[in-house]
Structure formats: structure tokens, C-alpha cells
Design a binder for this molecule. Structure first.
Ligand code: ADP
Ligand code: ZN
Ligand code: ZN
Length: 817
């Protein structure tokens, strides 16, 4: 008898490929094992064995495999089942899922990055047309990946072009080195080594007798280290000796104390003993027992707990139970880099049973975590990770927690699989007969709707821990303030008053500026021209810090010009405002205070994010200006005031979820204010203080928001009432994409009638030289989702068989966000 295997190959092919194996190989090979297989004329791929059988393919002659790469499966049966679900639900291939699911080291193919060689007077005439296209693209972008080049050249097999470019020394190929995930740096102090001898110490203390506060600090340092026998944190020393960190800094400057960092590796916990989990208060206890009761009836339960209600401590109790049953826990977070505080918290309770999985970890680290989960090792009982951690090889999952379940970053945007990690988690848990807990202070309409429909269980905590009051929210009408001339730049008199008072009391301030809606663009005051990105239909954004103009869509950048490109006038104006400009204004308004900024630009570098968080925690920053990043679960003791600079650009964002998101965002930032005994204050500046969302934010009225938004969703047939699939067509030629999208939508309309919208050009119609068209298919609850997708796939296949359309890229996005 002959034996065959079906193999998943990490490329977007609709079908699995069948290879021939020998009888002895058939005894050995199991689904989930990797094999090296030949493909096409000369390619070799790493594939995952899907199944072993004895039915040879009829359409082609099966080739032999090259090599078996694993002795035992690296992917288990449940995972293969999950991959299949993802591929069918999100309308992508198993190859797409495989690529997203496996650490790239398993695919034995480096994440290849291509850069341009810097050569003086490079002779471009030696380049062929396709080579020149790639070379030219590298003028605009410093690096390209293989798939970018496929897009640019509109073909799959681009390796020969790359090879020729390397031979002509036009480009280089390098393996991308992911920056390792950096731990939070805690500052420690010790006595400078000059003073460790008794005599020197004696002299020092004598000398310091004239500076009693400083002497106190040194004495306290001794007593803490004697007591704890551990390194002394600057923060502890400052608290214990009751002096500000500036006095400690003075001692460091004098050379009496020495400051240092200890790097705690978060992949491998190297910490001290674990601590017992906290005793829950009444509300938490009630919530915990309600969750347990709800799990008896529901596989999924939504926990709606206001910010700072102590949801994490409730999760911890649930985790303890699951661990006691010997099962694994998956703790999903929107964004690992933004949650260092939580990682530390969980490690304090669970020690090295906590493992963190992050796509930005080095390849090696990811493989290690993968293997720990696969072998159910004691080192990976609790997996903490962002969306891609749903792909880990769990074999005994008991609980999935989706923290901040409303966060949109759980949905993968690009490339396929365009999956939603929260929804996939529910399916994954189901496959393991495990429970899923969704937690949020501002649940997504989707989840709350599911709870209301009794599809999910529902539990609430309405009180903050320790009865800390919800912050006092005040709406400031900037239209009125402008009329009365009570604005200084972007700051109203009310905001300045509150800021002054907060700073006088020694408390901290967070200022929130949503950059997404409105970033500074340059406009000529004479002719109105504003510089555009050459590759995309957007204005370039001005970055003062580097004196550059940048495109936020493709990364194109250029030096800021002195005069207008169009008319030569030197009268150029920065319109709009971003975090950078707010920071500048704050510095002018409060020159004595320390201001810092947290956004993509300031957190990109080494330790960028950690530095800012640490500085804020240690009160080296008085005022922090930031974007959405600020909303993610941070817990700052001394932040008393939160200012939202402009609520309108969030509310007016052209998206049906804009209102829901604005509510979530504002409530989450507000949650940063006053987490201790004192009541926090939130000021929201707006042109439209009567906007319902702002009223709902200021009264913390989730239910009103929910009901009103759901009304709109019913009326306009949006999710969660209707499901929807977004189809995006892209091509570099506008006419081609237009004809194609009209053909596509016509065919859809024949089946789905009025439930097809578009084609429409999105607000930014061209990105990276590709014109976009969107078509939306709305799917009523009673219509079969599976049948709908079948019909779409059929249309898609006919579309792809039309010669003129073959070069048009089609992107299917199910449950688009
Ligand atoms: P949430 O996740 O709901 O915003 P957290 O779990 O972060 O709230 O809790 C807010 C703060 O209250 C944290 O600093 C936490 O340590 C503290 N806290 C919560 N529950 C308890 C408890 N039972 N005992 C002591 N401290 C608690
Ligand atoms: Zn001009
Ligand atoms: Zn661009």
C-alpha cells in the first residue's frame, strides 16, 4: 500500500498539498510534525503534516517529501482544529494561519529584510525595470520585506529579482533583529564604594551633620538594607526617610550614593519569593462567587467592573483554582509592552509559573516558551500574552481571561489571518472545555449585547476598591472660552486653574491628546498648499522634534521645507495639534515643572516606554502628555488630574464605532485619575459639551451609552446586530480597481441585494501607491454565515479567473474593525 500526507505550507494556497511517503515514514509521521517538502520547480518549504492517508491525488503526481523535521508533533490536534476554524471563519488559508501561528524559527526561513546599499554615484542604468522598481521603493522606505516586494512587483516569485539586486550590490539582505522586550528599570541606590571603609564612613557622617536631611537619608539607607538585606529602591528610600527624590539625587550628584539598575528578566522569572494573593473585599467576593456560578451555566462570562474595582485580584483567585486542578491558564492582554505593571503583579503571586509570550521577543525566546507550553511545563502554567498567544500549543487549558476585552488591538488588521483574538479565544476555550472570562470597565457593545442576550453570563462590580470615588468629570466648553478670550493656546482657563492647583499640592497630571484624528499638518498661508505624501493620498505630518515631515501610512519622510513648494512663500503654518505641540505649550505655561510625552515617537527607542513609566511612578514627571497609550491599565498613585485636550476629533472620526470608542477611551483615561483616597478630577475640553457621549462619560453611564449606540446599530444595520464582511480591492491603477470593484459589487448584489454597500473609496484612497476600494456585505442574524461566505468565495473565484482582474489584490475581512 502507498502512503500519503496532506501538508500545510505557509503560503496563501487554497488547498493542502499531498506528498508521498514510504511505509516506514508512515509509521513514524504524525499530524503536527514538520516536514521539508519540495514545491514548484525549485522551492523548498517547511510544512506541517495535516493528516496521513493512502489516497493519492488524482490531479497531479505526488512528490516525495525531502525530510522529516520533528520526532514528535510541535502542533497538537486541538491547534489544528483551531487553525481550521480560523481559516474558515476568517476566510483565509491554512497557510496564512500557519504563518501567524508558528514562531518564525519553526518555519526555517528568516524574516528577511531588505535594505538599500549606500553607494556613491550608483549607476541605476544597470538595473532592469523590475529591479529598478524595488530599488526606487527603497528611496522612500528604509527597509522592505519579501512580501512588500511581491506587492510592488505584483508577483509572488521575487527571489530572483532580489538575488540579482544583491549581485549588482544595489541592496543588502539582513535578518531582522527584533529588539528584545525590555524589562522595567527600577532605580536602586547604594553607598558609593569610596565610603565603605569605617573611617571614610565616619568622616562622611561628620561632614553630613551640617545637612541633617541628607544624613537622615544615609542612615535610613543603612537601616533598610540591614532589615531587608536586599537592594534598596530609590522609591523606598524616599518614602522611608520621608524626603523627596531630589534630595537623594543631590546625594548621588555629590558622589555619596551611587545609583544603579537591576535588570529583571521577565521571560525567565528570577525573582524573589512569591506572595499570597490578597483578601478580596465584599464586592470582589460577591463577583467571584457570581462568576463561578455563572460558569456553571455559561461557557463565557463578562465581568463589567469599573476602573480600579480590583478585577485583577478576582482573576488571580480564579487562576489559583485552575492551577490547583493542574490546568493551564491563558491571560490575554491588548498590548504586552504596555502592561509591565501587570506582569510584575502576576509574577509576585505566581512566580515562575507565569510566562510571557510576545511577538517581538527574539525567535529563540518564543521557541522556548512554545516548548514549555507544549510540554505542559511548570514554567508556563499561566501564559500572558497579546493576541498571538492564542496560537500556543495548549493541551490542558482550564481558563482564558481576556482583560480589557473591548480593545480593538485584539483584532488583527493585516496580514491574514484577520482574526479577533477575543472571539477566537472563546472558540479555543470551548475546544478545551475551558471557561472564558471577559473583563472590562467599558465592555464592547458586542460582548455586552451577548450578555444581554444571555449568550454570555454577566457579573458586575460597581464600586472601586477601597471606596475610592469615581473622578469628578467637568466638561469645558471651548467655543465659549474662545469667545470670552479665555484660552491660552489649547488650554482653557479652567484647565490651567486645575493644573496649577494640582501641581501646588504636589500631585501629577496626565494630558490626553488623541493623535489619530488630528495631527499637525503644514499649510501655506499664502496659497493654502500643504505638502502631500508622494505614495499616499494624505498630507504629511509635521514632527518638530526631528524637524521632519512624515507620512503616518507608509513611513515616507522628508526634511521640513523653508518655503512653500507651490508658491515659494515663507509664511508656513502648522495646523492642528498633536502631543508634541501640547508638550511645548505646557512647558511655556508651567516652566518650573517637569513635562514628558508618551506616544509612538517617544516610546520607540530602547527602554523608551519603561523609562517614562518609571519616571512617572517615581514622580520625576509632573505632567505627562500622551496618546491612547495612556489608557492601557496603568495604575499611577499620584495622578490627580486628567485633562482631555479635545474630545471632538475622537467623536467626529468617520467610523460607526467612533462614539463607542470615544466613550471607552475617555472613561479609561479618566480611570487614571485619583486611584488613591483623594478624589480625582477629569476635565474634558470640547466644542460640544452637550454631546450625549460626553454627558454619558461625565456621569459614567455605560447603560445609556449602550442603549443609545445599540439603537443606531439597529437602525443602520451595524454590528453587533448585523455581522459584516469588508472586501477591499487594491491596485496601483485607479481605473482598474474601479472597474474591478464595480464588477465585484454587482455580483454580490445579485445574491445579497440591498445588503451590499459600495464600492466606495475610503477617506484615504491611496496608500503606498495602491488605490483602495471598499465593499461591505451586511449579514442579518437569520442569514447563515457559512452560506454567505460560500457565496462570497464563489464570486471571488470567478473574479480571480477574469484576466484583467488577476493583478487586483482582494482582502476579505470578517467582523472588520
Ligand atoms: P482594575 O483592574 O479593576 O482596574 P485593579 O485590580 O488594578 O483594578 O485594582 C486597583 C488597585 O486596588 C490595585 O492597586 C490593587 O492592588 C488594589 N486592590 C484591589 N483589590 C485589592 C484587595 N482585595 N486587597 C488589597 N488591594 C487591592
Ligand atoms: Zn504657497
Ligand atoms: Zn505615505
Amino acid at each position: 500500500m502507498s502512503f500519503f500526507i496532506d501538508v500545510i505550507i505557509p503560503i496563501p494556497l487554497q488547498k493542502l498539498f499531498t506528498y508521498r511517503i514510504t511505509t516506514s515514514e508512515a509509521d513514524f509521521i504524525k499530524p503536527g510534525v514538520r516536514v521539508a517538502v519540495p514545491f514548484g520547480k525549485s522551492k523548498i518549504y517547511t510544512g506541517i503534516v495535516y493528516n496521513v492517508h493512502s489516497n493519492g491525488p488524482t490531479a497531479y503526481e505526488a512528490k516525495d517529501i525531502q525530510q522529516i523535521l520533528d520526532e514528535t508533533p510541535i502542533v497538537n490536534k486541538t491547534q489544528l482544529k483551531l487553525w481550521e476554524w480560523i481559516s474558515s471563519y476568517y476566510m483565509c488559508t491554512l497557510g496564512d494561519v500557519m504563518r501567524a501561528a508558528l514562531p518564525s524559527a519553526f518555519i526555517l526561513e528568516s524574516e528577511t529584510v531588505i535594505t538599500k546599499n549606500i553607494v556613491e554615484n550608483f549607476d541605476e542604468s544597470i538595473l532592469k525595470d523590475d529591479e529598478f522598481l524595488v530599488f526606487e521603493a527603497l528611496h522612500h522606505q528604509s527597509t522592505l520585506k519579501i512580501h512588500d516586494i511581491s506587492n510592488i512587483l505584483d508577483k509572488k516569485n521575487v527571489l530572483p529579482v532580489i538575488k540579482r539586486l544583491i549581485e549588482k550590490e544595489a541592496i543588502s539582505v539582513e535578518e531582522e533583529v527584533y529588539e528584545k522586550y525590555k524589562p522595567k528599570l527600577v532605580r536602586y541606590v547604594k553607598l558609593h564604594s569610596n565610603f565603605t571603609s569605617d573611617k571614610a564612613l565616619h568622616n562622611l557622617l561628620d561632614e553630613l551633620s551640617r545637612a541633617p536631611k541628607q544624613r537622615d537619608v544615609v542612615m535610613t539607607l543603612f537601616s533598610i538594607s540591614a532589615k531587608t538585606k536586599k537592594p534598596v529602591k530609590v522609591k523606598d528610600l524616599s518614602e522611608e526617610s520621608d524626603v523627596s527624590t531630589s534630595i537623594i539625587k543631590a546625594l548621588v550628584d555629590k558622589g555619596v550614593l551611587e545609583e544603579y539598575h537591576i535588570q529583571t528578566d521577565r521571560v525567565e522569572y528570577s525573582g524573589e519569593d512569591t506572595e499570597a494573593s490578597k483578601r478580596l473585599n465584599e464586592y470582589q467576593k460577591t463577583a467571584l462567587s457570581e462568576i463561578k456560578a455563572s460558569f456553571e451555566k455559561h461557557q463565557v462570562t463578562l465581568l463589567h467592573g469599573v476602573t480600579s474595582s480590583g478585577k485583577t485580584e478576582v482573576y488571580v483567585k480564579l487562576i489559583e483554582d485552575v492551577l490547583n486542578e493542574g490546568k493551564q491558564v491563558l491571560y490575554l492582554l491588548p498590548e504586552i509592552a504596555l502592561t509591565t505593571q501587570l506582569i510584575t503583579r502576576l509574577q509576585n503571586y505566581f512566580g515562575e509559573q507565569v510566562a510571557v509570550f510576545h511577538s517581538k521577543y527574539s525567535v529563540h525566546e518564543r521557541v522556548e516558551v512554545w516548548n514549555n507550553v507544549l510540554h505542559n511545563s511548570a514554567k508556563a502554567k499561566i501564559m500572558l500574552g497579546a493576541r498571538s498567544s492564542i496560537f500556543l500549543p495548549f493541551n490542558n487549558l482550564g481558563l482564558i481571561i481576556v482583560d480589557e476585552e473591548h480593545e480593538q488591538s485584539f483584532k488583527q488588521f493585516d496580514p491574514a489571518p484577520r482574526y479577533h483574538a477575543r472571539d477566537t479565544a472563546v472558540v479555543l476555550a470551548h475546544m478545551h472545555h475551558a471557561k472564558t472570562l471577559l473583563g472590562s470597565a467599558t465592555p464592547s457593545l458586542e460582548s455586552y449585547f451577548n450578555a444581554k442576550q444571555n449568550k454570555y453570563g454577566f457579573v458586575e462590580i460597581t464600586k472601586r476598591y477601597n471606596d475610592v470615588l469615581m473622578p469628578d468629570v467637568e466638561l469645558v466648553d471651548i467655543k465659549d472660552k474662545l469667545k470670552k478670550k479665555r484660552m491660552k493656546g489649547h488650554f482653557s482657563d479652567r484647565l490651567i486653574e486645575e493644573m496649577t492647583e494640582t501641581l501646588q499640592d504636589g500631585n501629577q497630571i496626565i494630558l490626553f491628546q488623541n493623535r489619530r484624528g488630528f495631527s499637525p499638518i503644514v499649510e501655506c498661508k499664502t496659497c493654502g498648499h500643504s505638502p502631500q505624501c508622494p505614495n499616499c493620498d494624505v498630507s504629511l505630518t509635521y514632527h518638530q522634534y526631528r524637524n521632519q515631515l512624515r507620512c503616518h501610512y507608509c513611513g515616507y519622510n522628508a526634511a521640513m521645507m523653508q518655503d512653500c513648494e507651490a508658491c515659494g512663500s515663507q509664511d508656513l503654518d502648522n495646523k492642528g495639534f498633536g502631543t508634541e505641540q501640547i508638550e511645548e505649550e505646557v512647558k511655556l505655561l508651567f516652566p518650573e515643572h517637569k513635562v514628558a510625552r508618551m506616544d509612538l515617537d517617544t516610546t520607540r527607542g530602547k527602554y523608551g516606554y519603561e523609562k517614562i513609566i518609571t519616571a512617572l511612578e517615581q514622580q520625576e514627571i509632573d505632567i505627562l502628555v500622551g496618546t491612547q497609550m495612556l489608557t492601557k491599565g496603568l495604575d499611577f498613585r499620584n495622578v490627580k488630574l486628567v485633562g482631555i485636550m479635545n474630545a471632538d476629533n475622537m467623536l467626529n472620526f468617520p467610523d460607526f464605532r467612533a462614539h463607542e470608542r470615544s466613550f471607552q477611551l475617555m472613561l479609561q483615561v479618566s480611570g487614571r485619575a485619583g486611584r488613591t483616597q483623594e478624589r480625582g478630577k477629569v476635565l474634558i475640553q470640547t466644542y460640544n459639551p452637550h454631546h450625549n457621549i460626553l454627558q454619558q462619560v461625565s456621569t459614567n453611564n455605560y447603560i445609556d451609552m449602550f442603549n443609545e449606540q445599540m439603537n443606531d446599530r439597529y437602525n443602520f444595520k451595524y454590528p453587533p446586530v448585523y455581522k459584516q464582511i469588508k472586501i477591499t480591492l487594491k491596485h496601483k491603477d485607479y481605473n482598474r480597481v474601479e472597474t474591478a470593484s464595480i464588477w465585484y459589487s454587482k455580483s454580490l448584489r445579485q445574491v445579497f441585494k440591498e445588503h451590499v454597500l459600495g464600492p466606495e473609496s475610503p477617506p484615504i484612497a491611496r496608500i503606498r501607491n495602491q488605490f483602495h476600494k471598499n465593499i461591505l456585505v451586511k449579514i442579518p442574524k437569520q442569514q447563515s454565515l457559512a452560506k454567505t461566505k460560500e457565496a462570497i468565495i464563489k464570486i471571488n473565484n470567478s473574479f480571480l479567473s477574469i484576466k484583467d482582474f488577476r493583478s487586483v489584490r482582494v482582502i476579505l475581512n470578517v467582523d472588520n474593525f
